[in-house]
Design a protein around this ligand. Structure first.
Ligand code: SF4
Length: 250
């Protein structure tokens, strides 16, 4: 088996100390290793943002593209060489804001890529503006009177667009997240892993403690073959927040 350390470069990260993007990387290289993938058979695509700054931290093929363009670049890589395992790793701003139409089209078209979204509900690299997933009423630098719109639910959108694999993980539950990654990568078709990733520097509301009180894992009684039930389940948000694979179509 290829060791986890084989997937990491010696480059230094510019993430804040303790950033949960480190946990996402730990979960992903664990998945790569346990799937026994070769680094040269993996292409990873990133865009601009804190999540995108992981580009030189993985010892795989990597492409650091324009903001919001993770999905089309990932689709292009897959079309050019369908033997590659292609992973797009974006933030919530790039994936669900600037790249929203790409996201919907990839889900509809069922391109065989895995989209991982490091979702901290903020534009963090630019120091904390509201993103599409920011919740209504939240005050940020760009919304001093509070966000006026309802936060976008990306899982609901993916299910509505026909995506065949829809899941949510939590950055600080590494083993659970890694298991989701393994199943998403093994899925033939478009797979979404939305990862709740508290920004420890800028977010004083959706903190680790906040999530810790609310997160729970879907148990093995959950039937992930029922899209309509998944559509209801992904809307559970508040005192309890489910994580796991909500829908896997084939
Ligand atoms: Fe991580 Fe937030 Fe720092 Fe960005 S600003 S590196 S998301 S802790």
């Amino acid at each position: 088996m290829i060791k986890q350390s084989d997937f990491i470069t010696s480059n230094k990260s510019n993430w804040c100390p303790g950033c949960s993007n480190f946990s996402i990387r730990a979960a992903l290289i664990k998945a790569f290793s346990e799937l026994n993938l070769d680094p040269h058979n993996i292409a990873m695509v990133f865009d601009i943002g804190c999540a995108g700054n992981a580009c030189n931290l993985y010892n795989t093929y990597g492409f650091h593209g324009l903001h919001g363009r993770t999905v089309p670049l990932a689709v292009g890589a897959k079309l050019a060489n369908n033997k590659l395992v292609v992973i797009g790793l974006a933030g919530d701003g790039g994936a669900y804001g600037e790249g929203l139409n790409h996201f919907i089209e990839a889900a509809r078209s069922d391109f065989d890529i895995t989209l991982i979204v490091s979702n901290n509900k903020l534009y963090s690299l630019t120091t904390g503006q509201a993103s599409p997933t920011s919740e209504k009423g939240i005050k940020t630098k760009s919304t001093p009177d509070g966000v006026k719109k309802t936060g976008l639910n990306p899982l609901l959108m993916a299910l509505s667009a026909g995506a065949g694999f829809v899941s949510r993980g939590y950055a600080n539950e590494i083993d659970h997240l890694s298991e989701i990654f393994k199943k998403a990568i093994s899925h033939k078709g478009f797979s979404l892993v939305d990862v709740l990733q508290p920004c420890i520097t800028l977010d004083k509301i959706n903190t680790r403690e906040w999530y810790k009180e609310r997160i729970y894992q879907l148990d093995n009684k959950w039937n992930n073959k029922d899209r309509n039930k998944a559509i209801i389940k992904v809307q559970e948000w508040g005192d309890k927040i489910p994580i796991g694979i909500f829908f896997k179509g084939k």
